[in-house]
Every structure is written in C-alpha cells, then in structure tokens.
Design a protein around this ligand. Sequence first.
Ligand SMILES: *[C@@H]1O[C@H](CO)[C@@H](O)[C@H](O)[C@H]1NC(C)=O
Ligand SMILES: *[C@@H]1O[C@H](CO)[C@@H](O)[C@H](O)[C@H]1NC(C)=O
Ligand SMILES: *[C@@H]1O[C@H](CO)[C@@H](O)[C@H](O)[C@H]1NC(C)=O
Ligand SMILES: *[C@@H]1O[C@H](CO)[C@@H](O)[C@H](O)[C@H]1NC(C)=O
Ligand SMILES: *[C@@H]1O[C@H](CO)[C@@H](O)[C@H](O)[C@H]1NC(C)=O
Ligand SMILES: *[C@@H]1O[C@H](CO)[C@@H](O)[C@H](O)[C@H]1NC(C)=O
Length: 931
Amino acid sequence: MKKSHMGFKTQPQFLIIILNILTVSVFNVHSQSISDDSDVMHALKNNLESHTSINWSDPNPCNWDHVTCTKDNRVTGIQAGNQNLKGSLPQNINSLTNLQVLELQNNQLTGPLPSLSGLTQLQHLLINNNNFTSIPTDFFNGMSSLLKVYLDYNAFDSWSIPDGLQIASKLQIFSATSTNLTGKIPHFFGSDTFSGLITLRLASNWLEGGLPDSFSGSMMQNLWLNGQQSSSRLNGSIRVLENMTHLIEVWLHGNSFSGPLPDFSGLNRLQSLSLRDNSFTGPVPLSLTGLKSLKVVNLTENVFQGPMPKFDDSVAVDMIGVDTFCLQYPGVDCDSRVNVLLAVAESVGYPQVFAEKWHGNDPCELWLGVTCSGDGDVTVVNFQKMGLTGSISSNFSLIKSLERLVLADNNLTGVIPDGLKDLPNLVEIDVSNNQLYGKVPIFKESVKVESDGNPDIGKDRPSVTPVSPDQRSGGNGGGGGGLDTWVVVGWVIGGFCVVLLIGLIGFWFFKVKTKRATGLVSQSTMVIHPRHPGPDGGEVKITIANSSNNNGPWETSMPTITGPSDIHRIEAGNMVISIQVLKRVTNNFSPSNILGRGGFGTVYKGELHDGTKIAVKRMESGLMREKGLDEFQSEISFLTKVRHRHLVALLGYCLDAKERLLVFEYMPQGTLSRFLFNWENDDLKPLDWTTRLTIALDVARGVEYLHGLAQQSFIHRDLKPSNILLGDDMRAKVGDFGLVRLAPEGKASLVTQLAGTLGYLAPEYAVTGRVTTKIDMFSFGVILMELITGRKALEETQPEDSIHLVQWFRKMQINKETFRKAIDPCLEPYLTEEALASVTKVADLAGHCCAREPYQRPDMSHAVNVLSSLTDLWKPTEPDPDDIYGIDLNMSLPQAVKKWQAMDGVTGLDLGRSGCTRNTQPSLRSTLQES
Ligand SMILES: *[C@@H]1O[C@H](CO)[C@@H](O)[C@H](O)[C@H]1NC(C)=O
Ligand SMILES: *[C@@H]1O[C@H](CO)[C@@H](O)[C@H](O)[C@H]1NC(C)=O
Ligand SMILES: *[C@@H]1O[C@H](CO)[C@@H](O)[C@H](O)[C@H]1NC(C)=O
Ligand SMILES: *[C@@H]1O[C@H](CO)[C@@H](O)[C@H](O)[C@H]1NC(C)=O
Ligand SMILES: *[C@@H]1O[C@H](CO)[C@@H](O)[C@H](O)[C@H]1NC(C)=O
Ligand SMILES: *[C@@H]1O[C@H](CO)[C@@H](O)[C@H](O)[C@H]1NC(C)=O
C-alpha cells in the first residue's frame, strides 16, 4: 500500500513539472504573437446568436458588459452567466492567456468545447448547465492556476478526466455531475496531487471502479459520487473514508459499494451521509450513530447486519426496507449467537452471501452454513467453498457448543487461531485447500483435523503475499491450479534440477491422494441445516439457564459489535421478534387464524417453521399509545421473565412503528369458558369435578404467584373463565396477567372498563376503583361459583333477583336442599358423598372469597391450602413444588416453547376426557395406569 502511494507520488509530479515547463514556454510564445485580445472577443461575439440582453456594441471589448481587462487591454474575466446566451465558443478562446475567470454557466451554449489548454492564469471555470457536446482531451493542459471547475449538466460525448488536469495542483472544487463521464476516478484527486481539493462532485455519470486509496488524508469536505449508470457502477470498499476526516457531505447512493462501513469516529464534521442503494454489509458502526455532527443519514436498500442502529432524534434517518437487521427495532441488541457469528464474519469481510442469507435473530432458523442442536446451540459451522477471503476468526472459540468447523476450499489466509483447540465439543475441523500458514494448533486426539492443501501450513510465514480481497485475480491458486503452475516451473528449472522435479511429482501424488480423502470428509459433513432442527437430531440436552448467566453457553466476553452503554438494552434477549416473522407465521394475520378477541386486542394462532404453535396478540392500536415506549418495553421485558406453570408464558413481543404485538405460548384447548358455558356448541364433554377442582387450584396457584411477586405487585384485575386457558392435559394457566399495567393509567373509568368485567367486579372496586389483591379474590370466588354451578357470572335470561351469580349463589347456599339444586346438573348424577363434601367446601371458599368487605376475604394462599387439601388424594407427584422455571433468554422462540412444553409434560396427565360420564377417580395414578 505504502509503496504504491510513493510510486504515484513521485512519477506524476515529475511529469507535471515537465509538462508545466513545456506548456508554459509554448504558450507564452503563442500569446505574445497577439497584441491584444480584441480579435478573439469579437469572434466570440460573432459566435453568439443571442446577446441582446448584454451590451457588447463597443469596439473595445474591454468596455463590454461582463468583461474585465488589465490596463493594457488583456482580458482577464468573462462573467456572462445566466444571460440566455446561445451559440458556441470560438476555437481560439485559449488565446486569452490572461484570462482568470471564465463564467458562462446557465446559458444554452452548444457545440464542442474548444480546448482551453494554455490558460495558465485561469482560476475559475464555470461552464455548467449548457449544451456543449464534447470536451477535448487536452482541455485542461497547462491550467496550473485552476481553483474552481464547474462542468455539470453538459451532455458531452462520453469522456474521461484527462491526465492533463493534474497540473492544477491548487484545485479546490471540481464539479462534473451529469457530464457523461466514464472510466475510473483518477488517483490524482487524492491528497497527494490536489492537497487543497474540498469539493468533488462526479455524480450521475458512467464511472466505474473503486474509491482510490489516494483519498486517504484528503481535505475533501464534499464528495458526490452518487448515481453512476455504468453496469458495474462504483464498487468495492469505502474503507478509505475513515481517513477523510474533513468530510461534511458524502453522497454515495446508487452505486455498488460493498463490504462493511468504515470507522467514522474521525469524521467529526460529517453532517450528511447518503449510502442508500448500495450493497453494504456488516453492522452500522457505533462510530456513525454516535457522531454528534450528523444531520442526515440514508441507509435504505443495503444488506446491513446486526442491530438496527439508533440515531439521535435530531438526525433525519432513512432506512426503510433494510430488513436484514437482526431485529426491526432501533438500538436493541441481537441474540448473543448472532453477535458471535457476525464477529466471525467480520474477519472474512462480511461477505454478501451471509448478509443475504442470515435472516432474523436466530441463527438456528436456516442460516447458511450454520446448524444447531435441538435446543439452539450452534453445533456445525460449514463455510466450505464460499469463496471466502480474509482470515479465520479467533471468535470461533466463543462458540463453545461447536462440534464441526468446516472452512475448506476457500482462499483464507493467516494462521489457524490457537484458541480453537480449546473448543470443548469439537470433533472435526477442516481447513483444507486455503492459503493458511503457521503451526496447526495441537487439538485433542479425538478431534479430526484436515489441513491439507495449504502450501505453507507448518511454515513460519507465507511464501507468497496473501491474496487480499481487493486483488483476488492473479493470486496464486490454492488448489489444483497452483500445482500445475508448480509443475511447469519445475520443468523450466528442471533442466538443472531433476531432483526437484521428482520431489514435485511426489508431492503431486500425495496431493491427489489427500484431495480424495478430503472430498469424502466434506461430503459427510456437507449436511448443512436440517430444515426442522428438532429433538430427533441426536443428543439433545436440555439445559436450564443459570439465572446469573444470561449468556448461556456463550462466553460473556462478547466481541463488541454494538458497543456498550449508548444503546438502550433490553435484557429480554431474543424476546424481540420481527414483524415479518409474525406476519409469516400468522398467514399475514389472516382472519382464519383468529383464536379470539379480548379486551386488549385480537389473538391469532401462529405456526413456526418447525410446527410449534404460538398465540400472537395484536394489541388494539391506540390502546398503548399513551404509554411511553421505554415504559412499555420495560414492562414487557419484565413480563417475559415472569414464568410460572400456571401463567400463560409471554414468549416475546414486537414493537413496530404502528404495531404492538405480544407472543404467548399456545394453549390448545382454549378457554375455560368454552368448557363451562359452551361445551354443547363446541361438541365438548362437560368437565368432571376432579378437573374443575384441579383447574381451580391451578388458577389459585398462578394468581398466588402473581400477588407475591417481589418488587412489582401484580394484580390481575380481570380474572374470569375466558382468561383461563387450558392445555391438552386440561391443566389451567392464567392469561393476560399484567397487561392491565400496560394500559394508560390515571383514568378511573377507563381503568375500570379495561380492567374488569361486570359480574366479576368486587363491589368496592366498582365503586371506588381502589385496587388491591382482594379484588382478584372476589373474581376468583365468582369463578369457583361458576365451576360449581355451570352458570355465568351474569345470566341476563334469569329473573331479576337471579341475574347476578353471586347474589343467587348466596341465596342457594342457605340450606343443603337448595344448594344441591345450585350444583351444575351435569355433575349431579355422579356426586358421591365424598365429592359432594368437596363441592360444599369449595362453595364455602367461594362465599368467603366473595365477602362484601375486602378485609373479610382470604388471601390466595388460603385458597391454595383449601383446594390442595381437597385434591390431595389426586395430586400427582410434582418434581418442583415451586412451579417456577428458569428460562434461557438466548433460546430461540421454538426452542423456548419446546423446552417449556417439555417441562410442562411432567404433569401431562389426561384428566380432560373424563367429563360427566365418568365418576370421580380416587387416584390419578390409577387413571394413568389404566391408559
Ligand atoms: C452600450 O455601451 C456603450 C458604451 O459602453 C454605450 O455608449 C451605449 O449607450 C450602451 N448601449 C445601451 C443600449 O446601453
Ligand atoms: C439545451 O438542453 C436543454 C436540456 O436538455 C434543452 O431543454 C434545450 O432545448 C437545449 N438547448 C439547445 C439550444 O439545444
Ligand atoms: C454518453 O456516453 C455513452 C457511452 O458511455 C453514449 O452511449 C451516450 O451516447 C452518451 N450520451 C450523450 C448524450 O452523449
Ligand atoms: C488510514 O491511515 C492510516 C495511517 O496513515 C493507514 O495506516 C491506513 O492504512 C489508512 N486506511 C485506509 C483505509 O486507507
Ligand atoms: C435522505 O433521507 C432524508 C431523510 O429521510 C431525506 O430527507 C433525503 O431526501 C434523503 N436524501 C437522499 C439523497 O436520498
Ligand atoms: C481463490 O482465488 C482464486 C483467484 O481469485 C480463484 O480463482 C479461486 O477460485 C479461489 N478459490 C476458491 C476455493 O474460492
């Protein structure tokens, strides 16, 4: 790099000096042959068709409007911009050798531009916005005083910037937007030749190639290269920008630039950065989002990776349609597995193929070259034959679960990082057919290591300069091609060294053999990505996350991709799910996927790619608007961590610009109200008493947990059968808990409307809106009554004094006879003495819970005690009395659901199908044995 800089620096400058001497002497002779500039000026006047607007009638051009001269009548300035001039310029205009300013912009001048070569004094050249048809190659020759050049908007025949321009070493502005310019950006626009260049505008041309290295250290402030129309457009890396620290406005949009964005930390004057419509990959760096000077940034239509950047509110940001960020919410960090894989991709320059094929925030969801175990650990990385250049990242050693690493058949250079040998689960590493050198780390004996086809492996340094991504062509081929070359070289030299030739042939045989071997290996490891990673994949270990270590199997010392403090982090890890994913899994919120509608929105059924079902609650728009986004997020991220066997798990959420979506575990049997009040219509069997009792206890346990949560006290406020959901085992979970907290606060009527349902409202709450845990107790009492009677909290069809279940129930409770009539007729025929006693006890509890005064109602722990004593006989053995699971926040959604269900399965007893037709069972264990 350094060398070529020096080369450019010395050679052209030497040339320029020669040129300078030649042109200056030649044109001095020429100019002296003309005593004054009158002839040229009259030629100019005659060439112009329409100059009525300006007074050029005087015989002496020095008296003309817009013309300035020296005392001895040499023309120094023609400033006739915006004069509606038509016509063309005379060929000999370059005889005006004292000309310093030529301004003809915004006219309708046409015809070919004459050469201006030799105008050594010319400083300002403004001929933009005309209709000139061509520009000669010697146009700039000898213009050593040039400061400002504006050629924009002239439809020249295709041209390229002539080398002669190099003489203009004082150039400050060169502007040639939309001039049909072709070729590459000349290196001499860099700091070495044009050390004072501050504006370079070459937009809307036909340029190709990359940004010259010579831009490094430039004083440029304004760089417009946008909108090239050539097929290859401007391309390659824009890394050099990191050394262009004076830049204020950079427009590169509409090109084919690629690779990661550079470090912007030195560009502390940058205000406007337009990168849209290119092929940039990698994360948007914090050095950009953190730039204080930034005002406008356009990122749309690229394949950026990593977290969606969060810019300051004062920055106008355009990044619509960049859907390759891991999440669609600005500033939220990616899953730690995503971070590690991006760190790995960094050392191979964030190749396009990964940027395009690595979607979303879960590397286990069909990411190219990545295979996972059933519980979401990356076990295989297979990047074979992906044309990768660069080096092997030492960050591979952070993927502790890695079992196979296949990097064969690329153009990787450098050494094999030593840390890889410490990967605890590694069984195979294949780096064959690359350009690696250095010692192969000493792996455990059990690890299969393939490193053939790396000519310099084992040597201290590479024998040839490594192929860099910029100069891929012409590098020494790593595989068979390389060998052929070696053999040919062998023949040439072979005349005097037969031994070498024999050696080479030996090497060739060895090579052919090992190649075949590698072929076999790679075939057996080519199984990339089973479409349905699942528990059938072999040894699936379910690891419960250690709550003190959120990073699970991943190392805590993560490479900083998104940086530390200035991003608002949500601890919820991968609980953020993109709107695209939710749209996909719910069939674009198809009405046929609707599971139900609730106080907070509509619930849709969704099915993940592996068949796992989820429930997606789409919050009613407007409902959440009053809550600040931050507040909403922290509530949600708290709720995602509330885990109880009898609370419907909130698995994730999505905050889109317009939408708030919550993702819950899917409860296949639907609501309790369905089984209590709608069983005939839904073709269900009514629930038997055992099941009702178990459901009551499940609900009591779930709500007891909610009431007892540390720090934030959760009061459900809307307990009712339609918020109680059932699994296939007919065990119940309380849903919609905590959602009321997300609703706007402070408006009593609104709170009441949102948080309660008539018939379940505690009297004091209905009157005063005062919220304590005792209002949940009241609602719970109503639910118990419903379980006993099979009647709804409010039965409009009943006579006046029986509409309200609580009132009616109290009346019926007065004596045994009336009470028996209150019991759900469906239970009646099967009521044994024992069961009737149980029902009576629950009825007492229900009455207790519905006491008029809150202080008269028991706590939920009391209800749990009563109910569990009644179910004691039937109680299955539970492994974990606390009912609280840890959840690994790094698991993917399907993995979380699976694990969740696996743990639930411990109590997966079929209580459900018994119904009225079966008598109460003395022991659940015997039920289990029967089936
Ligand atoms: C044009 O300029 C000449 C001399 O500079 C002056 O005498 C004449 O009046 C001007 N004509 C008009 C129309 O302004
Ligand atoms: C010059 O070009 C413009 C825009 O292309 C066009 O509108 C105008 O008619 C042209 N004028 C002449 C004199 O050719
Ligand atoms: C611009 O250049 C292209 C070739 O690069 C040529 O085909 C086209 O005719 C030119 N346009 C004009 C207006 O001269
Ligand atoms: C930036 O400048 C530094 C120091 O001169 C140099 O080492 C580095 O290669 C330059 N980077 C680019 C991309 O030109
Ligand atoms: C860049 O984005 C801003 C904000 O959306 C917009 O106003 C501006 O026109 C865009 N500029 C370009 C060059 O696309
Ligand atoms: C390595 O680079 C060379 C030169 O660009 C190329 O021909 C060859 O296909 C590359 N090898 C692999 C395995 O991609």
